[in-house]
Design a binder for this molecule. Sequence first.
Ligand SMILES: N[C@@H](CCC(=O)N[C@@H](CS)C(=O)NCC(=O)O)C(=O)O
Length: 212
Amino acid sequence: MKLIIGNKKYSSWSMRPWLAMRVKGIAFEEQLIAFDFPAGNPEIKAATPAGKVPVLLDGDLVVWDSLAILEYLAERFARAGFWPDDRAARARARAMAAEMHSGFGALRAECPMNMARAVRPIEVSDGARRDVARLEQLWSEALAASGGPFLFGDFSNADAMFAPVVNRLEIYALSTHEAVARYTAAMKALPAWADWQAAGRTEPWIVDEEEI
Ligand SMILES: N[C@@H](CCC(=O)N[C@@H](CS)C(=O)NCC(=O)O)C(=O)O
């Protein structure tokens, strides 16, 4: 299996399946295609019809889009615990993943993921503040129900979906909520997180619009 990803420093969507596969111990080859061109990297467009990373290749099968890849992995490795075992928890985890995938537009637009940025507060819009408040609500409720350390106890696809916003909340100092601090510590304690971040920090590409 091969996972095509973008810059580890900036590519929030790529981080999701990469982290999930590493945490679940799934072996895969990685191909990094950096986006360091003003109008996108033509190599990405050549490698995938949608012109976006991540993309998972499994034999002849091509799966694009981070959430679709996570769903495929959950079926392909049914015993790996990509989703919670309990049906109701699984439904909630999927609802949270879907909300993340289709929402939080203000936060995503104003506060790009950046694995090499030092913590430095910025002013954000009311919309982004509302996004942060919604994350605090979602995470505190899920952690209280499961007991943590991850949203549904063990690391699941829901955590993979939210991992990039953990970085956004931290580097722009957007939340002082206790549940966010606890969840951030659990994420950052993952060896896979440390490996992704260390690689992102050594990348040579600087994309101006991602540097806030
Ligand atoms: N819906 C897609 C979005 C993927 C996406 O926007 N990827 C960005 C990188 S994070 C990308 O490929 N950008 C390169 C480009 O647009 O040229 C997913 O979740 O996988």
